[in-house]
Design a protein around this ligand. Sequence first.
Ligand code: PLP
Length: 391
Amino acid sequence: MKLSERVEALAESATLAVTAKAAQLKAEGVDVVSYGAGEPDFDTPDNIKQAAIRAINEGQTKYSKPATGIAPVKAAVCEKLARENDLSYEPSQVIVTSGGKMACYLAIQALVNPGDEVIIPVPYWVSYPEMVKLAGGVPVFLNGDENDSFKFSPAMLESAITPRTRMLIFNSPSNPGGFTYHPHEVDAIADVVTKHDIVTLSDEIYDRLRYEGQGFKSFAATNAKAYEQTLTLIGASKTYSMTGWRAGYVAGPQSIVKAMAKLQSQSTSGACTFVQHGLIEALTGDQSAVEQMRSEFEKRALHIHHRLTSISGISCNRPTGAFYVFPNVSRTYDKIGVTNSVDFSKAVLEKAHVAVVPGAAFGMDACVRFSFACSMEQIDKGLDRLADFLA
Ligand code: PLP
């Protein structure tokens, strides 16, 4: 069967591929420790579940009206952005989507023309380059500085901007890097962006998962011009452990949001209606579960960093946000007879029964990604195995 060139050119998500291989081994009875998942290992808080169940029982089971999100959910998003992100948006500047991923897709489709350059800092979330290519755009990779937690500097950004640059994708806290830009760093990057006619897609989906008092600033909150040039993307998946619900949202300039709304009305017809009721409860209800999950992630972040850096040949930055750690493992390649992160990941999966995601999927072949969305016991069990394997 002949498939479209667009789809033929798409790479399969490497994160899903590793999770699938680990699941296959598990199904064969192998006891695999998986650090592959990009989703919290906690249950969705009960108040959120009950709100969605109530909505179903009350008949909130029809199309979302409007397709951009029901009025109370947009109000809840505006309230959250004002309360937690120092951002003032009108409901007409908000669109609720089937997950943050769809929001990202709509934003890129709405803004990128064939040949347009989109600056993507490395390491990046796997889907950004593929989504840019789907729109006919050209990903321009900006390598972060390993000595500075893989962050890029304003000067590095300036030198990557050309007359063809249409967009910067900024993700902090970072998947897969686990780093977070300090407010003064965000200010300095925004100062570069606002000298140019480019849009920043600021992916702040991990905005509340930060550790050890790490500071944070929303990109659009840096200055008035940046506000006009930024799409702020968040969602419920990570903060509220709602990955399967598919609840994301974006706020930004009305003209862009309107274009995204047009696309949404011709594709998904909007986020699931009763999920939107769950999202309202998530954003406006009791927030204590968020702190419980965040503090558990914080303990794991410190522990996994400590354990990884005790293994000879592995170096890594301490995660300040999200739930990933992204060690450089390339100094072990010779020892175990591999030359890249994909073969490293295959070897540790097959020989030590530990699943990690190759850094190549995120544009950095010296590294692998560990998600610490698993229990302390699992973290220790997997790292015992890895340490033995690499000894
Ligand atoms: N952005 C980043 C950086 C992510 O890590 C993810 C999920 O892994 C998403 C966006 C999309 O999440 P969702 O579609 O579940 O809201």
